[in-house]
Each structure stands twice: as C-alpha cells, then as structure tokens.
Design a protein around this ligand. Structure first.
Ligand code: GDP
Length: 296
C-alpha cells in the first residue's frame, strides 16, 4: 500500500466510525482494526501497530467519556497523535550551526540514494548560505567518485576523493582536514554502501566515524524496502551513532511504513525526504504537517 493509499484508508476508517449512529466499543474497534490493517499493509512493523492500538484504547475510554463529550473528535485526535508519535522519537536531531565547522557522515546500503542525497543535502544548505563540501569515502563501488564529482560540479560544491587511494579512512581524514582549512562549515562524508549488511561494511563505517568524528551521522534509507527497514536501520544504529534519518524515493510507489520503522529502530527523527532524482527534489520533513497531509 503506497503512502497516499494509507492516508486514504485511515481517513476512511475514521469517517466510517464518525458515520455510526453511536460510537460504542464496536465502532471504535472496527475503526482501529481497519487502521491496523492499513498500516500493516504499508509495512509498518507489527509491534508499532499493536502499541498504537493499545495506546489509543487507553486514551479513549468510552465508558468514562460523558455524553456531552465529542467522542469523534477525541478519537480522531488520539489517532493523529499516535501517528505523530510513531514518527517522532521525542528528541530533535543534533542542530548544526552555520559558520561553525560540522562533519556529517552519510551511511546506508548501496542503491539507497546515499550519494544523490549527499549532494541534495549540500545543495539545500548552500542555498541557505552555508559553505558545504563533499568527501567521497566510497572506495568500494567503481564509479562512486565520478558520480559524486559530477553531482558536486553541477551544484558548484567543492569535493574531495581519489581514483587511486583505496583506504576510505585515509581519504575521509584528508578530505575533512582540507575542508576544515578552507573554512567550510558543512563537511559531508559519503561512505561506501555495499549490497548487504556485511560485517566489513560496518567495520569500515566504524573506522571512518572514529577517524573523522562526525557531529552527525545520517542514515539514508530507500522508502521501498518495506518490512526489512527495521532490521536494516537497527543494524546501522548498532555500528555507528545514527542521529538522523533521510528517507528517499518517496515519489515512487513506495510503501511508507519503512520510514516509521526506521524512526523506531534508530530512535532518530526523519529530517528530510527525497522526492525525485533531481537536486532540488528534497523536502524538510516535519511530522505534524506530514501526518495531516497523510490523513487529508
Ligand atoms: P547510493 O548507491 O546509495 O549512493 O545511491 P545513488 O545515490 O547512486 O542512487 C541510486 C538511484 O536512486 C539513482 O538512480 C538515483 O537517481 C535514485 N534516487 C536517489 N534518490 C531518489 C529519490 O528521492 N527519488 C527517486 N525517484 N530516485 C532517487
């Protein structure tokens, strides 16, 4: 189920409940079951969905609500709040300061959109007056440096990488040093992705993080990975201190549930979403407007 359909299904479930003559236990249960089904079909992790259902039932105690209460409104609000809670880990990501050097490391599987997202992130900040720079520490994938170079050149963002050096730790340290000297305030390190969650990938990531001491590690996740999202995000979180998530390919026919699972697994907020292949197809992610839009 794609995100728009998920929103539609949830809205319909709420509408159906609202149309009921009396909102009793059965009407509420029917509504919650419908929402549960929609969320599960969108690949939201089972535990998250179950917790949400339990929480709503706890908040909406039909017996305690006096006749005068607007049950519909209370239930609607509880559903809205629970969806927001799923996407909000309760603490904001580390805030970078313009003019003060920050190192941001990007991690994620190959094909997740990591390299594209690094440039989008740099470009977004450049437009806001930052001085970003890109470091290609992906020495594993042939063509990774060319891709970053091409993107960076298009966006007029300084970049660093090597065709010869095979040690990602060395390249990232050199790149970060160079751009620190050049007073860049946002140094972005693109790491290698590989295909699977291999031990070698995680070890490499750990070493790059140890050497460059990033202020923020961003986990990039393809929105279409479905139920695998939770385990994948958790595996990354266990190796490096992931502090934020960017979900890519939200323009496609992706199931949106993976984003919810990634937040739960990393306890980190989604800060941007990728909505296309182009540099400016990138949006700041805010939980409440997102959920409002989802529910239509
Ligand atoms: P990496 O291997 O993780 O570095 O992934 P890439 O940055 O090379 O991206 C893999 C593919 O996904 C490329 O064809 C990108 O153009 C595409 N891509 C990345 N982000 C998005 C997005 O938000 N939407 C769409 N439609 N495609 C994207």
């Amino acid at each position: 189920m794609v995100l728009a359909e998920l929103g539609g299904s949830i809205s319909r479930a709420i509408q159906q409940m609202s149309n009921a003559t009396i909102i009793d236990e059965k009407a509420l249960n029917d509504c919650l079951n419908e929402i549960t089904r929609a969320l599960l079909q969108s690949d939201v992790q089972f535990k998250l969905v179950r917790d949400m259902q339990t929480n709503i039932k706890k908040i909406v105690n039909l017996d305690d609500l006096a006749a005068g209460h607007n049950k519909r409104k209370i239930i609607q609000q509880a559903i809205f709040n629970e969806l927001c809670k799923m996407l909000d880990p309760g603490k904001p990501s580390f805030t970078l300061k313009k003019g003060k050097t920050s190192v941001v490391m990007f991690v994620g599987l190959q094909g997740s959109g990591k390299t594209t997202t690094c440039t989008k992130y740099a470009y977004y900040h450049q437009k806001k007056g930052w001085k970003p720079a890109l470091v290609c520490a992906d020495t594993f994938r042939a063509g990774a440096f060319d891709q970053l170079k091409q993107n960076a050149t298009k966006a007029k963002i300084p970049f660093y990488g090597s065709y010869m050096e095979s040690d990602p730790v060395k390249i990232s340290v050199e790149g970060v040093e160079r751009f620190k000297k050049e007073n860049c305030d946002l140094i972005i390190v693109d790491t290698s992705g590989r295909h699977k969650q291999e031990v070698a990938l995680f070890e490499e990531m750990r070493q790059v993080a140890e050497a460059t001491k990033p202020d923020l590690v961003i986990f990039v996740m393809d929105s279409s990975i479905g139920q695998a999202a939770f385990d994948q995000a958790q595996a990354f979180k266990q190796s490096v201190a992931v502090g934020a998530v960017i979900v890519t390919k939200m323009d496609g026919h992706a199931k949106g549930g993976g984003a919810l699972s990634a937040v739960a697994a990393t306890k980190s907020p989604v800060i941007f979403i990728g909505t296309g292949e182009h540099m400016d197809e990138f949006e700041v992610f805010d939980v409440k407007p997102f959920v409002s839009r989802l529910l239509g």
